[in-house]
Design a protein around this ligand. Structure first.
Ligand code: GAL
Length: 416
């Protein structure tokens, strides 16, 4: 009798405990394209399998500018989501506001320090404590090409130098197709721009000019060359580019309307979602002149301080899930990126991801590994915004001379 009632009490406690641990996670992100939505759907599935409720807070707009504006208003109103896609130096800015939750308990239990490259772990920490969890490593300095279009135009393969690139672009144009698929937001312009700076000037120059914002590098002849090259590329885009979303530009390459796109490997998520195979239907190659370098873009979720205990538990489970091997694999297979968690098997990944993984390790040893400025990895959001605007003005207005463009960018770089 006694025994049975003890058992009943124990069962009742377990049931009550389980109920208390199921909570809601509201997750802010900007992953709304085909490949992106599939990827974030995997995280939702994992959270639901743990009994939690997923509240999707998607704010459309590649690159996340719109999402960040919405996030600010929610936090100011005292109603933050459990987690938000926040990256790079912006993590520190949010942490300084005192609104981020401390994730050290999960990080310790799951051994994050041992599972992450130190450089990445440091970005996820504020004053030594984890406040964000990373999901992946995207490579930004890619050039995507449609194999059939290249064949039609008589282009033998992915161009390796800018001269080869312009020769190929000319052939595509003559074949009546669009050489470069481009979209119309400033982060898309800058994604192309930073690959050009890297290809024209090399990794050291990229660091000096775009990361250290050294005025000497920013006003150097190499910068002039980069802007000339950048403007020349524009001549190979179509007139409908302004305002176009990045994934629609990728679709032009997928659908054999355009030959090339300069975009990070979230574009591969679109090819994958469309059932296309790398090496056959399309080519992934480093942007011209950047084969020995790697611009990285690490996506991460910062977690906000919450009051409700079940929501806190759900949030901790989300953090653990993000760094878990199952999620790291399935998410990145769909997203086009590679796992950020070390020592993961790459067996299931395609050749583009394998190349990314190999180059990530190789460039980290040679100094070729550089942070993507276009994707919030390097400089303060204020300076980044100002430089992006200057670059886009130059891209969109042919009346701005190269010399003026150089000056405008150098001035924007002094924004605090
Ligand atoms: C980047 C983000 C990627 C991808 C891209 C386009 O900033 O890091 O994960 O989603 O925007 O939306």
């Amino acid at each position: 009798m006694m025994k049975r009632s003890k058992l009943a009490t124990a069962v009742a406690l377990i049931v009550a405990g389980a109920a208390a641990t199921a909570g809601e996670v509201e997750v802010l992100h900007w992953w709304t394209s085909g490949g992106e939505a599939k990827s974030v759907g995997e995280l939702k599935k994992i959270m639901q399998s743990k009994g939690h409720t997923w509240k999707d807070f998607a704010v459309a707009g590649g690159g996340g500018d719109a999402a960040m504006t919405v996030l600010k208003s929610r936090v100011v109103a005292g109603n933050p989501p459990a987690a938000a896609q926040i990256k790079g130096p912006a993590i520190q800015e949010w942490a300084r506001e005192g609104v981020l939750a401390n994730l050290d308990a999960v990080a310790k239990a799951e051994q994050w320090d041992a599972l992450l490259p130190k450089g990445v772990a440091d970005v996820m920490k504020f004053k030594g404590s984890y406040v964000a969890a990373p999901v992946n490593v995207h490579r930004v300095n890619w050039m995507w090409a449609n194999s059939a279009v290249l064949k039609k135009a008589g282009v033998a393969g992915a161009p390796k130098t800018w001269d080869e690139f312009f020769a190929a672009a000319e052939k595509v144009k003559k074949a009546g197709l669009i050489p470069v698929a481009h979209g119309g937001q400033n982060w898309q312009d800058f994604t192309t721009f930073e690959s050009v700076v890297l290809g024209v000037g090399g990794a050291k120059f990229y660091q000096d000019a775009l990361v250290k914002l050294d005025p000497k590098a920013l006003t150097s002849p190499t910068m002039t060359k980069a802007l000339e090259t950048f403007r020349k590329i524009k001549g190979y885009t179509d007139p409908a580019a302004p305002g176009r979303d990045w994934n629609l530009a990728t679709a032009m390459v997928i659908q054999e309307k355009a030959a090339f796109q300069f975009m990070g490997d979230w574009a591969k998520g679109e090819f994958t979602a469309a059932g296309k195979v790398p090496g056959k239907d399309y080519i992934c190659a480093a942007a011209p002149g950047t084969g020995n370098a790697y611009t990285f873009n690490v996506d991460s979720f910062a977690m906000f301080k919450l009051k409700d205990a079940s929501a806190q538990k759900a949030q901790a489970d989300l953090a653990a899930a993000i760094m878990g091997p199952a999620f790291q694999e399935v998410f990145n297979l769909n997203k086009g990126s590679i796992p950020v968690r070390l020592n993961m098997s790459m067996d299931k990944f395609d050749d583009c991801a394998k190349l990314s993984s190999k180059d990530f390790v190789a460039t980290s040893k040679t100094g070729g590994l550089v942070p993507s400025v276009a994707h919030g990895m390097a400089i303060s959001p204020a300076a980044e915004g100002a430089i992006k605007d200057a670059v886009s003005q130059f891209w969109n207005d042919d009346k701005i001379t190269v010399a003026q463009g150089v000056q405008n960018i150098a001035k924007a770089a002094t924004t605090k």
